[in-house]
Design a binder for this molecule. Structure first.
Ligand code: SAH
Length: 229
């Protein structure tokens, strides 16, 4: 790693000021965030903003989360290095790379083929051979590689999708935003002794999860008009 590279310097600053200073101090997490070149997950025109304290557009109307939110969601999974992890919403692949630094295997599911293809190529180019990107409806999870010790969803659903809860391993942890256009809560689900429980962590704002267990465009855009049934 080039120590004088302006991106490396910006990344050290990001980790110190946005992550560690706000109370996330797990050394494995900080090392992972220091290692992943966030700017290489951005379109060229966005790279100069890559280390700013905010989400950024990555194309297809999608966004890459603010560094602190990536760090917080990752930290809630308590990864120690031997886990099989599922991410829903690959987007740029940045979150997947952070997970790949901290777990044994990562499966990441993206519904847009062009995003999935470029994230896959980028992850291989950067040497993340423990990560597989799949193009599919992630609201169904990825049953082929279940169960998962950790599940991280980076798009908001109206409720925790049932297939994801089913694919969570005993002792596993799942982090996801739940809610709509008007407001969402980050939820942390755990499965302990066969019992599923969740707690609310923090209000957040994500793009919608689509697909079978996600939002339809109509429901997302017309809050309150949801048909009961
Ligand atoms: N984690 C990404 C950012 C995700 S933005 C990163 O680090 O860059 C949310 C992503 O979820 C978008 O790419 C969107 O296309 C995807 N998405 C939305 N609904 C989905 C679904 N049902 N299955 C898979 N991906 C979905």
């Amino acid at each position: 790693m080039e120590e004088n590279d302006p991106f490396t310097i910006a990344r050290v600053k990001m980790v110190n000021e946005q992550i560690a200073r706000r109370g996330l101090r797990n050394p494995r997490l900080l090392t992972a965030l220091q290692r992943v070149p966030r700017h290489l997950f951005m379109p060229l025109t966005m790279r100069e903003y890559a280390y700013e304290d905010r989400p950024l557009p990555i194309g297809n109307g999608q966004t890459i989360s603010q560094p602190y939110i990536v760090a917080l969601m990752t930290s809630l999974l308590w990864l120690e290095g031997d886990e099989n992890v599922l991410e829903i919403g690959t987007g740029s692949g940045y979150q997947a790379a952070v997970l790949a630094e901290m777990a044994r295997t990562v499966h990441s599911v993206e519904r847009f083929e062009d995003l999935a293809d470029s994230a896959r190529a980028r992850l291989v180019r950067l040497g993340y051979y423990n990560t597989q990107v799949h193009c599919a409806d992630g609201s169904l999870g990825w049953p082929e590689a279940a169960p998962y010790d950790g599940i991280l969803v980076t798009a908001a659903a109206a409720a925790a999708p049932k297939p994801l809860l089913e694919q969570l391993a005993e002792g596993g942890r799942m982090v996801l935003p739940v809610g709509g256009i008007q407001g969402q809560m980050l939820q942390l689900w755990t499965r302990e002794g066969g019992k599923l429980e969740y707690e609310e962590v923090l209000p957040v704002s994500f793009v919608p999860l689509r697909g079978k267990y996600g939002w339809s465009q109509e429901e997302w855009e017309n809050p309150g008009s949801t048909v009961e049934g």
